[in-house]
Design a protein around this ligand. Structure first.
Ligand code: GLY
Ligand code: MN
Length: 464
């Protein structure tokens, strides 16, 4: 946990942003895998972690804005629990470690919320995403479970976004400390990538490194020779000469801060000439985007800059044509990069996405586009010092998308469909770093994972 003062300050800052009512932050509980007592690895809710810090089941935090009270609801462990779980600290001790003075049994939560509801007081909660907490809120508020999401508090959600968007020095330290685990995961995958090994073996090895480094993976590992499928969780292929292995993987730090990196490795140990050309375009897009990241810049504009680097590189390769600016404005490049340049990262790999990514990534100044490709950009708004974000351009040759666009001659003025036929088996390349926006610019968090063509060719397939 961070210091007691960290949590006290966060709650104080939250209280200053909410006018009146009761803030209710339910923690998560265990989720059954295949029967009740065989559960998925426990993951605490990130909003609860941020304001109440305790990484355990069975808790809810309440902040009564009108009466300036903070209460931790939960139950002390019974002797039966202790037999199975070992010695536990008391609820009072847990509350004291985060600077909360009042504790109450969990059953008392419904009394407090019912009384507040009957007095027409506002109960603030962020959009729930787990069935158990949706049911809990439905019970507490005495409404149908389908009504719960609709009643989330925009005021609380926006306040949480404001606070969590700017990382505190202790959060940056925690994230930076854990970057070494990410480095080890990705360099291990690179070293293991050789003909004959399976995606599953590499996936297992890097998940193990994440666990050894302090936490579970921050999202299901993407480790695939079919990198053109953006979130490819199938790990059944065996690597062969000429393949490109795309690994998009991250790890949770001991305090649950995520890493998220992507690298693409030549399985033969050397890139072919054409792989090299496409790889270099993605690397140029990554580097030029990073050079443009600074406070006061709209991330949407950084995204568009990366798209122009990609369109211009593809034009040089003869795959696109015409005016690059016009092609990107029209969205023609999205055939090759249908996703956004990046997203916020923190306690969640897509930070705060449970709140709704349009609320997190957009504001009055920058509205989300509905154009294919640009619509997938999760972060468009103005960058501020303390933001932690990803920078992850890519180029993909998605046969089904190429065929679909070709059939309707979509953007035929910008795309050389005939030249594209030869690229249908190419796969995909994505290069992703985690970035901190600083006062004057930005920097990569942690030591940069090998990324240049020379670095990749030096390490690929060398074995661990
Ligand atoms: N690393 C997965 C993603 O950003 O969507
Ligand atoms: Mn990412």
């Amino acid at each position: 946990m961070f210091s007691k003062e960290t949590y006290i300050n966060r709650r104080k800052n939250l209280k200053n942003k909410i006018n009146s009512g009761i803030v209710l932050i339910p923690g998560n509980n265990d989720s059954p895998m295949n029967y009740k007592s065989n559960t998925y690895h426990f993951r605490q809710d990130s909003t609860f972690l941020y304001f109440f810090g305790i990484d355990l089941q069975g808790l809810a935090g309440v902040i009564d804005i009108d009466n300036d009270e903070e209460i931790l609801f939960g139950d002390d462990y019974t002797i039966d629990d202790i037999i199975w779980m070992g010695p536990q600290t008391s609820l009072k001790e847990k509350a004291s470690a985060i600077g909360v003075n009042q504790t109450k049994p969990f059953a008392k939560l419904s009394e407090m919320i019912s009384a507040a509801v009957s007095q027409n007081r506002k109960i603030h909660f962020t959009p729930p995403y787990r069935g158990e907490n949706i049911m809990l809120l439905a019970d507490l508020l005495n409404i149908h479970h389908r009504e719960v999401e609709k009643q989330f508090s925009l005021e609380l959600t926006k306040a949480c976004i404001d606070l969590r968007s700017i990382k505190e020095p202790c959060e940056i330290e925690e994230m930076e400390r854990h970057m070494h685990t990410a480095w080890k995961m990705h360099t291990t995958a690179m070293k293991m990538a050789r003909p004959g090994i399976s995606e599953q073996e590499i996936t297992g090895a890097i998940e193990g490194i994440s666990m050894s480094g302090g936490g579970m993976v921050s999202f299901p590992v993407i480790c695939s020779v079919r990198g053109e499928t953006l979130h490819n969780h199938y790990h059944g292929n065996t690597l062969k000469e000429g393949d490109l292995l795309l690994v998009d993987a991250g790890s949770e730090s001991p305090l649950h801060y995520a890493t998220d990196h992507t690298r693409t490795t030549p399985v033969s140990g050397k890139f072919s000439e054409v792989q090299k050309s496409v790889y270099q375009i993605v690397l140029d897009a990554n580097n030029q985007a990073r050079e443009a990241i600074r406070p006061g810049t709209l991330y949407r504009d950084v995204h568009l800059l990366a798209c122009k680097v990609i369109a211009s590189g593809l034009k040089d390769l003869g795959l696109m044509k015409g005016d690059v600016d016009k092609a990107v404005e029209a969205g023609a490049h999205a055939l090759f990069m249908p996703h956004g340049l990046g997203h916020m990262i923190g306690l969640d790999v897509h930070d705060m996405e449970d709140y709704n990514d349009t609320l997190v990534g957009y504001d009055e100044e920058v509205q989300r586009s509905s154009q294919f490709g640009l619509a997938a950009l999760r972060l468009g708004r103005c960058l501020k010092p303390g933001f932690t974000i990803t920078n992850e351009p890519g180029i993909y040759f998605i046969p089904a998308l190429i065929d679909a666009w070709k059939a309707e001659s979509k953007f035929a003025e910008f795309i050389n469909y005939d030249q594209l036929e030869a690229f249908k088996g190419f796969g995909g390349i994505r290069l992703e770093d985690d970035i901190l926006v600083t006062e004057n610019g930005c920097r990569i968090l942690g030591e940069r994972i090998p990324i240049t063509i020379e670095e990749l060719e030096r390490i690929a397939g060398k074995g661990i």
